[in-house]
Design a protein. Structure first.
Length: 324
């Protein structure tokens, strides 16, 4: 039996991703998009093609396109795929290729019966003529292909597919890993830009708090019109300004960025965790914007920075949707 793998690289993985994680080694970041295909021949007249195609999905969703009579093979394929792939919509397609050189045969007993019935009817009714083989061969069940050993053929195909399915999954995961690595690089560059925005807010934070304090002090003084002690007004203004400080949002944003980077370094099945972190980052950016809304000077600058943060977070969320 000659089997040909049409994928670019079929080197077996040294160990599964679960084993890597258990041993403390980082696992690759996998995208959920990939494709691989294998083709082989059982004999000169019988071959097969098996392909795997995956796209993003919330869970592992296996969709089988197999010919009839392969129920046992389907169960085996599902078991192996569940062990090797964590998430994604995976389409498994198997087609059987029969060569056009298969010899056509006819049912001798059935043909003999048709001929005998024709001649018997012709003799009974005094008709002349000979049976038409073209017409007889068009009758149901007369002309057939070589269907012998079909069970043996299906068993051979099942064995061939199961022999090659793991290298095929390795190639699929290799493509998913290559795209996942590219996505991880994009995410890290986005994190760098996000961290830069955070540092800019840190630098401007003191000036913005001072502007907010002066604004609140002025408004309180105008409202009270000197009716209460000025020191008391300043104390109240200072408390309001402190509650409007963005220090907590900046600190939490730094924590989320650090956690995000550690998950990328860890690898494996991290898509859902990263998506949750990005939701938290977006919440902090929204709070920062609400605290600095309407402030002049550097407050306006922080608003622009906050919008830049939200843009980077949204880009990252789109990319994370395709990570396993």
């Amino acid at each position: 039996m000659n089997t040909k793998l049409e994928a670019a690289n079929t080197k077996p993985e040294a160990a599964s991703r679960k084993e890597d994680t258990a041993s403390g080694q980082s696992s690759p970041v996998h995208s959920m998009t990939g494709f691989s295909r294998i083709s082989g021949r059982i004999s000169e007249t019988l071959g097969y093609t098996l392909s795997l195609k995956s796209v993003n999905h919330r869970f592992l969703d296996l969709h089988m396109r197999l010919p009839g009579g392969t129920e046992s093979l389907e169960m085996q394929l599902r078991k192996v795929l569940k062990e090797k792939i964590a998430r994604g919509h995976v389409e498994v397609s198997l087609s059987i290729d029969r060569s056009t050189r298969v010899e056509a045969q006819y049912n001798e007993g059935l043909v003999a019966g048709y001929v005998a019935a024709f001649r018997s009817a012709a003799s009974q009714y005094g008709l002349s003529g000979e049976p038409d083989l073209n017409a007889i061969f068009r009758l149901p069940g007369v002309l057939t292909g070589d269907a012998r050993n079909s069970e043996e053929e299906m068993q051979a195909i099942e064995e061939a597919v199961m022999e090659r399915i793991e290298p095929l999954i390795v190639e699929l995961n290799s493509m998913r890993s290559a795209e996942g690595s590219s996505l991880a690089g994009e995410l890290r560059r986005g994190l760098d830009r996000l961290a830069g925005f955070v540092e800019q807010v840190t630098e401007l934070r003191g000036d913005v708090q001072k502007v907010y304090f002066e604004r609140i002090s002025q408004r309180l003084a105008e409202m009270l019109n000197g009716a209460i002690d000025r020191e008391r007004v300043l104390q109240e203004a200072a408390q309001l300004a402190e509650r409007s400080d963005v220090e907590e949002e900046v600190a939490r944003m730094r924590t989320h960025i650090s956690h995000f980077e550690s998950l990328l370094q860890q690898g494996g099945e991290i898509g859902k965790k990263l998506d949750f972190l990005l939701q938290e980052m977006n919440r902090e950016a929204n709070t920062l914007l609400s605290k600095t809304s309407g402030l002049s000077g550097n407050g306006t600058h922080i608003t622009e920075i906050g919008l830049g943060m939200k843009s980077e977070i949204e880009k990252a969320r789109e990319q994370v949707q395709n990570l396993e």
